[in-house]
Design a protein around this ligand. Structure first.
Ligand code: ADP
Ligand code: MG
Length: 288
């Protein structure tokens, strides 16, 4: 219990849509996207959520990050001994309590500069209450300078001394390559004091070199910043190399959960998602 940072207790969600028949009648159909999801996310671990398109994975992230309400169920977030009921917290406050997210497609703000993208990811609320805003003007410049320095240090820690992000920090983020935009989306998460990070398909559409870099960055999130990662992924070698735990969602239900090996070798997961294994696990290692 103590090691759990996110408690998802029997969460269900349905959507409804209207169907117009040929005779003009309209009927409403309700369909269940998440069915009594129970998941206890372990602190400091990387948990991968796998499953086919439409299984309900992103909907689960939308519920955790407050963009959607649940129909039933509870969500509690428990970093450092505190307990937050996520159903009662506005989405814009989530960053303040340490929950960060990278979306499936929109990773950055293209019309902000590279540096601005970093600065707005800062979770520090300085200047937003009466006391701190009183001193804010005087301190503003100093704080901005410190934040920029912090962003540059993050770029250096992740990408080395001569990196395109420090060089292009005043350029619009849209001028970066697609892969660089993805890396910037991840680098932003080091700006705040995030404890739980939700990553929705971070490797989608990127080349193998970049996939390796993304894996390195996620490892640093855990090792250097003690973040807990909840990761939606279709790239199975990536999941195998990185995740500690794995959850298989099929048509809105968690059908299998456990270690990555257990889940990926599960006959039901193979039949319903991965397909038949045609080589033995680690057969390439054995040949090497
Ligand atoms: N806001 C919404 N309104 C109606 N249906 C939705 C909404 N969001 C998702 N869905 C539907 O819920 C199902 C699960 O979607 P999603 O969670 O995005 O799947 P996944 O991320 O696993 O591919 C899909 O059938 C999708 O069309
Ligand atoms: Mg999705």
């Amino acid at each position: 219990m103590n090691n759990t940072i996110l408690h998802i207790n029997s969460v269900s969600k349905s959507f409804s849509h209207s169907i117009k028949k040929l005779n003009g009648d309209v009927s409403k159909e309700e369909y269940c996207v998440l069915d009594k999801i129970d998941l206890q996310v372990q602190k400091g671990k990387i948990t991968a959520i796998i499953g086919s398109n439409g299984a309900g994975k992103t909907t689960l992230f939308n519920i955790v990050s407050g963009l959607l309400n649940t129909d039933k169920g509870e969500l509690f977030y428990t970093p450092n001994g505190k307990k937050y009921n996520l159903r009662k917290i506005s989405p814009y406050k989530l960053a303040r309590i340490g929950i960060g997210r990278m979306f499936q497609d929109n990773h950055i703000f293209p019309k902000l500069t590279v540096m601005e993208n970093m600065l707005i990811a800062d979770t520090d609320p300085y200047g937003e209450n009466a006391f701190t805003s009183f001193f804010y003007h005087r301190k503003k410049r100093k704080i901005e300078k410190e934040r920029k320095l912090r962003a540059e240090q993050i770029f250096e820690m992740l990408f080395g001394k001569a990196n395109p992000f420090c060089e292009k920090q005043e350029d619009y983020a849209e001028t970066l390559s697609y892969g660089q935009q993805r890396l910037l989306g991840l680098a932003r998460l080091f700006m705040g004091n995030y404890k739980l990070v939700l990553l929705d398909e971070p490797t989608a559409g990127v080349n193998p070199v970049l996939v390796k870099k993304i894996a390195e960055i996620i490892r640093k999130m855990v090792d250097k910043r003690q973040m807990t990662i909840l990761l939606i992924e279709h790239n199975m070698p990536f999941v195998e190399s990185l995740a500690d735990l794995c959850v298989f969602i099929n048509t809105g239900k968690i059908e299998t959960a456990g270690s990555v090996v257990e889940v990926l070798d599960n006959p039901h997961v193979r039949e319903n998602y991965l397909g038949k294994r045609t080589t033995k696990r680690n057969s390439t290692d054995a040949q090497a």
